[in-house]
Design a protein around this ligand. Structure first.
Ligand SMILES: [Zn+2]
Length: 335
């Protein structure tokens, strides 16, 4: 009910009549029932939980912000084409909205987290995953598995806390072994330094690699290629964004959810324009091939699509549209 409507009802019909009207149309009056509390400074609880077959899935928001669109997020697109495409999506024409989201999968005693968030590496707008996890009633010590989809700091930075210690001390940390070996190598650091990324990105990437990876190394559980992590939780190769990036397919009761990680950095734009690439890609052609393969599968099998950098709760479907696709965000439900 808008402020205007509420005031109108209160003054013209009186409080009792207003309450009666609300009840009469089947709506509980939250205004009347709830004790007013000071407004929270954040929009929500930071988590979004739902049943997915026999599993409980919880999206944990890690934060969001705006970053320059070009050349970082659309390196092979003209200024005009980028601005026009952004306008079509009701987005700013010079910047991109960059949210971050991670996923918790629970079944029985198992608690599997996919990606750890940015941690303390990019300021207070990110690294909020601990808030959502706490509000969802999960203690980090209960997490038995953390899957890291690739070696970018926004996905693994949150493996350590402000105290510089492992945030998930009882978890095995799963990586594709080739991805982990690459990001542990001098080659990765020289590739980052030699890339066209802005200096700030290079600095934070290298600092996170050097700070985080050694501190959690004893928890590593390295796998190679397609691997079943738990029943209905499968790691799948998705190379391109980084040399050996992974995605995670979650299946339960005939339904499929794809943790698509960064195969669509800008899901609405990358579905419509699958050829767009960012300055982050290790192998742009490889990424486009991976993206097309996954989008095609998601569209034909009605797979729920989770994109790490989509707007919270980062879930949608993929619809075929001519030679490309469209990203259709899901509806949001209280329960
Ligand atoms: Zn990312």
């Amino acid at each position: 009910m808008t402020e205007l409507n509420r005031r109108t009802l209160l003054t013209t019909a009186g409080l009792t009549a207003a309450a009666g009207l609300t009840a009469g149309i089947g709506l509980a009056s939250s205004d009347a029932a709830a004790t007013p509390k000071p407004a929270a400074s954040l929009q929500g609880a930071g988590f979004y939980r739902f049943r997915f077959g026999s599993k409980t899935v919880t999206v944990l928001g890690d934060g969001d912000g705006f970053l320059p669109g070009q050349p970082v997020f659309a390196a092979n697109v003209t200024q005009e084409a980028f601005a026009a495409a952004q306008k079509e999506e009701f987005q700013p024409t010079d910047r991109v909205h960059v949210p971050m989201n991670t996923l918790l999968i629970e079944e029985g005693d198992r608690k599997i987290l996919i990606d750890a968030g940015a941690g303390r590496f990019v300021g207070d707008s990110f690294g909020r995953q601990p808030i959502g996890l706490a509000n969802a009633g999960v203690d980090p010590t209960q997490i038995d598995t953390v899957i890291i989809t690739h070696g970018h700091f926004d996905h693994f930075g949150g493996l350590i806390g402000a105290d510089q210690k492992s945030r998930f001390p009882n978890a095995r940390i799963i990586w594709d072994e080739r991805e982990h070996a690459y990001w542990s190598s001098a080659q990765a650091q020289s590739d980052v330094n030699g890339s066209a990324l802005p200096q700030a990105f290079k600095d934070v990437s290298i600092s996170a690699l050097n700070t985080v990876l050694p501190k959690v190394a004893q928890q590593n559980h390295l796998v190679r290629g397609e691997t079943e992590i738990a029943p209905g939780v499968q790691l799948l190769p998705a190379p391109g964004h980084t040399p050996h990036s992974s995605v995670v397919l979650i299946e339960s009761d005939g339904k499929q959810l794809l943790y698509a990680s960064d195969t669509t950095l800008l899901p609405a734009q990358n579905a419509k324009h699958p050829e767009w690439v960012s300055l982050f890609e290790a192998d742009a052609e490889g990424l486009v091939a991976t993206r097309r393969r996954l989008l095609d599968r998601a569209a034909s099998d009605q797979v729920l699509w989770f994109a790490y950098h989509a707007s919270f709760p980062a879930l949608g479907h993929i619809r075929a549209a001519g030679k490309a696709w469209e990203y259709v965000p899901t509806t949001w439900s209280w329960a």
